[in-house]
Design a protein around this ligand. Structure first.
Ligand code: FVH
Length: 294
């Protein structure tokens, strides 16, 4: 197999859901030889028409290539799909979303079967695959990453974050977690304006601009967490924000909107203020979330 940039490589892809199909198309379009397998075999048909080779079983698909990319629903489905496959000498790249712990266990499982293992966290939705905005965190075998870096970079930019196989999933899930919290706020905001004479599309523009303007504050938080002084350079302190929460809650009440999405976050701010740390910024809060945090 050759996998230098620009040269055709052979790879196997297990999983042809929305993401697996997008990945397969990107590799096929770049001229690579792709063997595919999917539990529901008919999902391979359009890709075969585009040049892929379909294998009847996952074990046969794995046997076809040295590089085996897996993109299935969850870690349990990875275990099921690879159960009968001979992994000795294979480079297994698992792009299935998993927890850091699952990724480490899957890495140990694959290595015990003679494979090199890379875990990947995809920071893209399927239509982004093949566009400059898409990237994937990788962690695990540095050797496998270096050997296949050019092929892996075809569908999305690559970011190798370390040999601990759990690190890609940690980065992936931490970013997804931030996104989830952001969408909680977005949901609440649309609920507030829903019955008012505010056009959702106009409001969406304002919302996107505001969220973009606020994202710079993560660097302020990072500087405080790294420096250890959680009050240094604070732009908006917790005492001020906690006092302002009352306005958010009363506005929701006036609009007939519940506050269940934001209440736990507001309670966390109030707890930190009650501890005498109202002069800190939001960087004062992550420590409270550790299990057993004061
Ligand atoms: N789609 C997205 O927006 C996100 C973006 C970020 C990364 N995720 C993760 O990518 C993994 C695959 O996601 P997907 O979008 O391809 O998911 P589906 O379209 O639902 O396809 C699921 C595939 O998994 C197969 N599968 C499910 N269970 C099993 C099993 N027990 N054994 C073997 N294969 C299984 C399923 O097969 P089938 O239903 O067609 O027979 C699909 O191929 C995922 O980790 C996302 O979190 C996507």
């Amino acid at each position: 197999m050759t996998d230098n940039a620009g040269q055709p490589a052979s790879l196997t892809l297990l999983g042809l859901g929305a993401m697996g199909t997008a990945l397969a198309r990107a590799w096929l379009a770049a001229g690579h030889r792709v063997t595919v397998w999917n539990r529901t075999a008919s999902r391979a048909d359009p890709l075969v028409a585009e040049g892929a080779t379909a294998a009847p079983t996952a074990a046969e698909a794995v046997a076809a290539s040295g590089l085996v990319v897996v993109c299935l629903l969850d870690d349990a489905s990875v275990g099921e799909a690879l159960a009968d496959a001979e992994l000795t000498g294979k480079d297994v790249v698992n792009l299935t979303t998993s927890t850091p712990g699952e990724a480490r266990e899957r890495a140990a499982w694959a290595v015990a079967r003679g494979a090199r293992f890379l875990d990947g966290g995809i920071m893209a939705v399927p239509p982004m695959i093949g566009t400059p905005g898409a990237y994937v965190f990788y962690s695990g075998s540095r050797e496998a990453f270096e050997r296949h870096g050019a092929v892996l970079a075809v569908p999305a930019r690559t970011a190798y974050v370390g040999e601990d196989a759990g690190l890609a999933a940690l980065h992936d899930v931490a970013l997804l977690t931030a996104m989830t919290g952001m969408f909680a706020g977005v949901t609440q905001a649309f609920a507030l304006v829903r019955d008012a004479d505010v056009a959702p599309r106009d409001f969406a523009g304002l919302l996107a601009d505001w969220l973009r303007a606020m994202t710079g504050s993560v660097h302020e938080m990072a500087a405080q967490l790294e420096g250890g002084d959680l009050t240094k350079g604070v732009t908006s302190n917790l005492a001020m924000m906690a006092a302002g929460n009352g306005t958010l809650v009363r506005t929701a009440e006036e609009a007939g909107v519940g506050n269940e999405l934001l209440a736990p976050f507001m309670a966390l701010m109030e707890r930190r203020v009650a501890q005498g740390h109202g002069d800190e910024g939001l960087a004062g809060l992550p420590g409270l979330l550790r299990t057993g945090g004061a």
